[in-house]
Design a protein around this ligand. Structure first.
Ligand code: ZN
Length: 470
């Protein structure tokens, strides 16, 4: 099965060349084996060509299997080479020939693959540690296949995707690299919706799986993460009073990839925010003698109060204005916009409220989403925890609008979360200035000024509706 997956889309160039490769493999003529691979948003693909010094005689392309978030170009380039090597092996077996041509050269634009293949040719023993390197499962399968072929053709580096200068021709291997790249791109488009049934290569004797997903690189980090994420899950389930299964409803990919994209200080703030550990005065972990909210000075500043305090100079309008261009850019379903705006402004929200306020809108296609987010908590949208139904609804909306299949990761949710957390950060800075006075840090007092400025501007807009005492 794993071999079929790697050989399914190999193609001979023309009918007349039936015997060409057969003869070439036992000849002394120089042959070019060129492979390439790519990864986009966790989807891997490869392409390769077998050529003489003047023409391409075989082509191959396909999908690279593996865990999406661990899919990187090293894996896809290696699988491209594996598919090519495997093809040669089966070709020789089928035609019952020995690969005796010593002028075979493999070209690849990935320097790690080149280094690893060089090391393979030169080493005499292989230590266990080398098997912990990224995508080693593919590497050892390549080595085993080459051993079966009784060959060790060298791998050489070729600069990828070159464009020829004027009046200059590209070297043949660079032209072939472009062809392999084109094949890989075809495979990207053709296999986007193919199922990802992972096959463990037989040469790869041990493979770590976490929750059913093969861990093909960063083994120590993935083990560490799997341990801590279990603890975190339990902590959140207790802290947010979730059901045991509520955590499974959340789009953790959007949540995690937003977090990952931050630099250290911004990351630190977001971690405190999403775990409700901002040092507000009324929480036990802060131990402040004065527990009053610095913005309204009316009640204790608990996390819950802080998130909703109406006297914070930075108001939900700011977020609504910030989200609008993001919604427009990603053509977000107006009903989803409505719910996000309500929830992030801390307005109460459920099926009855929505249908009461908007009697014309049919909310029934959103009942699942509403129920799901109710279980997670609507206030969790401020903390970047969206249910998995959000993107499903958005896709359905876009598919209906554009009459075509929509694929790819939910970038819109990530951008909405980023904007929400930027708003939360500005709110925290504004609150700190209420507490300590404007800070020396010019960037932060600028934030408050900006907040006041936009409020003053919006007051001017409503000049005619205002009373003198306002
Ligand atoms: Zn307050």
């Amino acid at each position: 099965m794993w071999e079929q997956q790697l050989l399914a889309t190999t193609q001979e160039a023309t009918q007349e060349d039936q015997t060409a490769l057969h003869e070439l493999l036992q000849d002394t003529q120089t042959m070019y084996l060129v492979s390439d691979g790519g990864a986009t948003d966790g989807h891997g693909y490869y392409g390769w060509v077998v050529a003489t010094g003047t023409k391409i005689i075989w082509r191959g392309k396909g999908k690279v299997l593996g865990t999406p978030y661990l899919m990187e170009s090293l894996r896809t380039e290696s699988v491209g080479m594996l598919s090519l090597t495997l093809f040669l092996h089966h070709y020789c077996t089928f035609h019952d020939i020995d690969l005796t041509n010593e002028n075979l050269f493999h070209y690849c634009d990935n320097s790690t693959v080149v280094k690893r293949m060089k090391w393979y040719r030169e080493r005499d023993i292989c230590s266990p540690n080398s098997h912990l390197t990224p995508d080693d499962d593919v590497q050892i399968q390549i080595e085993q296949t080459m051993a079966k072929l009784h060959t060790t053709f060298p791998t050489r580096w070729v600069k990828g995707h070159q464009t020829p200068k004027e009046n200059e021709e590209l070297p043949w291997e660079a032209t072939l690299n472009i062809e392999a790249d084109n094949l890989a791109n075809e495979a990207r488009d053709e296999t986007a919706n193919e199922p990802d049934n992972f096959f463990q290569y037989p040469a790869s004797k041990a493979m770590l799986y976490i929750r059913g997903q093969p861990i093909t690189r960063n083994i120590a980090r993935e083990i560490r993460f799997a341990w801590t994420s279990q603890d975190l899950r339990q902590y959140m389930t207790e802290h947010f009073k979730w059901k045991a299964t509520t955590a499974d409803l959340i789009d953790w990919y959007s949540h995690g990839s937003t977090l990952k994209s931050y630099e250290y200080y911004q990351h630190l703030f977001c971690i405190k925010l999403i775990h409700e550990r901002l040092p507000v005065l009324g929480e036990k972990f802060t131990a402040s003698p004065n527990k009053l909210c610095p913005c309204c000075k009316r009640c204790e500043e608990t996390t819950e109060h802080y998130m909703e305090c109406l006297k914070n100079p930075y108001q939900p309008d700011e977020l609504r204005d910030g989200l609008k261009p993001i919604f427009d850019k990603h053509e977000v379903d107006p009903i989803l916009r409505l719910m996000i705006n309500m929830a992030t402004a801390n307005q109460p929200i459920n099926r009855d409220i929505l249908e009461g306020v908007h009697p014309i809108i049919d909310f029934s296609p959103y009942y699942d989403l509403i129920q799901e987010q109710e279980e997670i908590g609507w206030n969790q949208l401020n903390l970047g925890r969206y249910g998995i139904s959000w993107d499903r609804c958005q896709r359905r909306f876009l598919e209906h609008k554009h009459k075509k299949k929509i694929t790819g990761e939910p970038k819109w949710i990530r951008n909405v979360i980023r904007e929400t957390w930027a708003y939360q950060k500005a709110r925290w800075i504004a609150r700190n200035e209420e507490l300590h006075g404007p800070s020396n840090n010019r960037a932060s007092s600028a934030a408050t000024k900006l907040a006041y400025l936009s409020r003053i501007q919006s007051l001017y807009k409503h000049e005619m509706d205002l009373l003198v005492q306002d």
